[in-house]
Design a binder for this molecule. Structure first.
Ligand code: SF4
Length: 337
């Protein structure tokens, strides 16, 4: 007989860590010895987009500091309840690019799949914080329209797995998905956009590595780290393990007021990423999603930060500053004239 305790033991460590993530603002404030006066606003903002943060990510925050850069990314604030001109529910007009269930086809040669709505961490600035995942997820059973679409467009070379977070899928589901993609002959690459190697490095375990190593497709993993404090030794190990199976590792960062809008911080992030065998890829200007206006950094300030970064770092450690604009066929570089 398998007892409940036995089933618990069979559940991978990362799934147990995910299940025990902090979801209650009161608990987060208690864990970090923060002022309980923050609670009312946090609870109100969490009704719009719930709090979720893994305990190992919380362990990288400074107790007693309400301005900790990791905390600022996850703590619901009263500012989220304020409306701001130009900040909307779907800032990238993604609904308009849906080509089949869960398939966003914006760019030539690549299609992006929404494979889950689940994430390990809820980032307050997320441009998909109001995305209607229930009606917009890819279906991967044989004969279903997602696969039919991908198989029917021979111009596609690359599939981007997104969400939510594609590494929130179980190894079994992820393996089935990769096998289905393996069978589409014109595909050459699969790219996984994930915050899990950073937010929940326990996810990069033997089961995941074995699952990823089985695909015939060239593997690119784009992590999402915004601050050097996110990359502790457990994260370095997780990323090195992904590199060890031949994955190309890149990182994207969102430029966030009060989190990383200083050249020293971004330079330290690039150095730290390189220690973990990851190259900085994009530095995104904030997508104007409703509830996130307090994270915005002006374009002129962003350009000044980039100038200072170029003075401090070798070119291969300087990410490209970009903004995403609805209807454009590529990300728009943001450059000084
Ligand atoms: S992990 Fe990615 S998709 Fe999930 S909330 Fe954060 S930014 Fe959004």
């Amino acid at each position: 007989m398998i007892t409940a305790k036995g089933i618990f033991r069979q559940t991978p460590l990362w799934q147990r860590a995910l299940a025990s993530a902090i979801r209650d603002p009161a608990e987060l404030l208690r864990e970090l010895s923060l002022d309980p006066a923050l609670l009312t606003a946090a609870q109100a903002a969490a009704t719009l987009f719930p709090l979720r943060v893994p305990r190992s990510f919380v362990a990288r925050m400074r107790p007693g500091d309400p301005d900790d850069p990791l905390l600022r990314q996850v703590l619901p604030l009263a500012a989220e309840l304020e409306s701001a001109p130009g900040f909307t529910a779907d800032p990238l007009d993604e609904q308009a690019t849906q080509a089949a269930p869960g398939v966003l086809h914006k760019y030539s040669g690549r299609a992006l799949l929404i494979v889950t709505g689940a994430c390990a961490v809820h980032c307050r600035y997320c441009f998909r914080r109001e995305f209607p995942y229930a009606e917009n997820q890819a279906h991967f059973n044989a004969g279903q329209s997602t696969l039919t679409y991908l198989a029917g467009d021979a111009s596609l070379r690359e599939v981007i797995l997104s969400g939510g977070d594609p590494l929130a899928l179980s190894d079994r589901r992820l393996g089935e998905l990769l096998t289905a993609l393996d069978h589409i002959p014109h595909l050459e690459r699969v790219r996984i956009h994930s915050r899990l190697p950073i937010a929940l490095p326990e996810r990069v375990d033997d089961g995941l590595l074995a699952t990823l190593a089985r695909t015939r497709l060239r593997l690119v993993v784009v992590s999402h780290a915004n601050h050097p404090h996110e990359i502790d030794e457990t994260v370095v190990t997780a990323l090195a393990r992904l590199a060890s199976i031949g994955a190309t590792l890149l990182n994207q960062t969102v430029l966030l007021h009060g989190v990383n809008d200083a050249p020293e911080t971004l330079a330290a992030l690039s150095e730290r990423l390189f220690t973990a065998r990851v190259l900085p890829y994009y530095l995104h200007l904030l997508d104007p999603v409703r509830g996130a206006a307090h994270f915005a950094v002006k374009e002129s300030a962003a350009l000044a930060i980039m100038d200072r970064l170029r003075q401090r770092l070798p070119g291969y450690l300087v990410p490209r500053l970009v903004r995403e604009q609805p209807g454009q066929l590529a990300k728009t570089p943001v450059e000084s004239i």
